[in-house]
Design a protein around this ligand. Structure first.
Ligand code: ACM
Length: 510
């Protein structure tokens, strides 16, 4: 039977008979995990108008949720029956089980407008499930285009529907700074607003002359974090330095390398304007990164480190003096000063540190988890250097690339024939080709990227994200099989996405 489960569970065994539920649905759960049932109750109330009652285990619940420590973190079992039993050792495992039950039920349970439903009929089955990879992430660029809190929370809901567990927020870039920092107020006052953006594709060289801006307050980020906690999604904040810093330098010229004033960048691409390597710039980097980290106390923190041109450092007397002081022979090594300083400070504050793979080219710090984006080979290189790795190669997992080579595709970062279809995503191997089997333990998982130079509206975000994220979720969960089998399940799953109001890219005829 095709139930359209995405990502499909590790194993599902049918049993004879069925189960019928009516409102109010009665669920028993221990106190620590009440919140996941309350979240499920909000979903059922909003979609089908049902009530959920949290009851005692002795009171014959429809669903009982049991904490059983033998399960691996995030694993769970469901046995549907007179009393449906969920077992898990973690809050996440129990939450995934409820999401799975919601997928087994009629599509109305995903509706973003009320659809009355008298009863839910489920088949009897036993599911044993759990992810193969512990990092199953999606990245959102809130710098090139700013996304309001509601849109970020909506994306969190979409990730949770696919049992994805990380949302990486790219909080600054040359074209905008997106977090209020009390001790550096001009970052949001000046750095969060650009005068204009490219019109059409960057290569056309035209401007729209329309101002764009926005930034999150600490309270906004707290709302996002709390929403994510409810959905068992962890927010991973990124402050990207010392490159991609033109918006910073527009706000605080003394942190840059040039004397002429700069504006927040109005073009896409990589600005040559980077932080200088003097003490104030290093102190600044540490202060803002640690402040942002403090807003996400339990999260790993991403320190960026990608695409940092050394042009300005090569002609800077200050940079030359710092190179001499450290005995560096190449300007590239200066970037390592930032990596070391930020990694040290964050690790002291008990944050794990993540960086883009370029930090391997400078003097990086042991313990930094590498996000391999330039190619899968970078993942192999990092693992061979003893680093843990999150696979994010652009050739498969950059969802700002064209969805297909069709001439009708909306403008995207790439130009045809460079495209990433959902079928290509589904064929992605998280273990990079050429990696020695005894280094596989370094591969934490994978992450899909939503860079937003060419994505400016919610509908377009949906179009670029789905169904590629659906395909990605099954790869990251570790249960992908034949693309033809997935396509059949995807066709049903798309009905859920429609019910959720997701403006996904329609499938091409088979
Ligand atoms: C990146 O795409 N510059 C990480």
């Amino acid at each position: 039977m095709n139930l359209g489960l995405v990502p499909q569970p590790r194993s599902i065994a049918a049993r004879p008979g069925g189960v019928v539920w009516e409102s109010p649905l009665r669920i028993s759960v221990e106190d620590d995990w009440r919140e996941i049932v309350e979240t499920f109750a909000v979903d059922l109330s909003a979609s089908i108008g049902w009530r959920v009652e949290i009851v005692d285990e002795q009171a014959k619940p429809d669903i009982q949720i049991l904490r059983v420590l033998e399960y691996r973190d995030e694993d769970y079992q469901i046995r549907t029956g007179e009393c449906t039993t969920i077992e898990a050792s973690s809050r996440a495992g129990a939450s995934y089980a409820l999401t799975m039950l919601r997928q087994m039920a009629p599509v109305a349970l995903w509706s973003n407008t009320l659809r009355e439903l008298e009863k839910i009929e489920l088949p009897r089955f036993v599911i044993n499930d759990g992810p193969k990879f512990r990092w199953r992430g999606v990245h959102l660029d809130v710098a090139r285009h700013f996304w309001d809190v509601a849109t970020v929370c909506r994306l969190i809901d979409q990730l949770a529907a696919h049992r994805l567990n990380k949302l990486h927020l790219h909080l600054n870039d040359d074209q905008g700074w997106r977090v209020e920092i009390p001790t550096w107020p001009r970052l949001s006052e000046v750095g969060s607003r650009r005068r204009s953006s490219p019109l059409g594709h960057e290569v056309d060289g035209r401007d729209d002359n329309i101002a764009h801006g926005g930034s999150y307050s600490a309270n906004d980020l707290a709302i996002i974090r709390e929403h994510a906690v409810k959905r068992c999604v962890q927010i991973v904040p990124e402050i990207d330095l010392p490159g991609h810093a033109q918006a910073v330098i527009a706000a605080y010229a003394q942190l840059g390398n040039v004397s002429e004033p700069l504006e927040v960048w109005t073009r896409w691409g990589i600005s040559d304007h980077v932080l200088n390597v003097g003490p104030e710039a290093l102190d600044f980097a540490e202060e803002v990164v640690c402040y942002v980290a403090s807003l996400f106390p339990d999260s790993p923190v991403h320190i960026g480190g990608d695409e940092c041109p050394t042009t300005e450092w090569e002609s800077s007397a200050l940079a030359r003096a710092v190179m001499d002081e450290h005995g560096f022979t190449e300007a590239r090594q200066l970037q390592g000063l930032f990596t070391k300083r930020l990694t040290g400070a964050l690790q002291r504050d008990h944050h794990e540190v993540i960086a883009w793979d370029e930090v391997l080219d400078a003097d990086d710090s042991p313990g930094t988890v590498i996000m391999a984006w330039r190619s899968s080979r970078k993942g192999v290189e990092a693992a061979r250097r003893g680093r843990d790795v999150i696979m994010a190669p652009m050739q498969f997992l950059y969802f700002d690339w064209l969805n297909s080579v069709d001439a009708g595709e909306p403008i995207a970062l790439t130009l045809a024939p460079q495209a990433t279809t959902w079928e290509k995503v589904y064929g992605f191997s998280i273990f990079p080709p050429g990696l020695e089997p005894d280094l596989r333990h370094h591969i934490r998982g994978a992450q899909a990227q939503l860079w937003s130079e060419y994505i400016a509206t919610r509908d377009h975000l949906d179009y670029m994200a789905f169904p590629r994220i659906s395909a990605f979720s099954e790869v990251a969960w570790g249960t992908s099989t034949m693309v033809s089998d997935f396509r059949k399940r995807l066709a049903l799953h798309l009905e859920r996405l429609s019910a959720m109001g997701v403006a996904y890219r329609p499938l091409d005829p088979a």
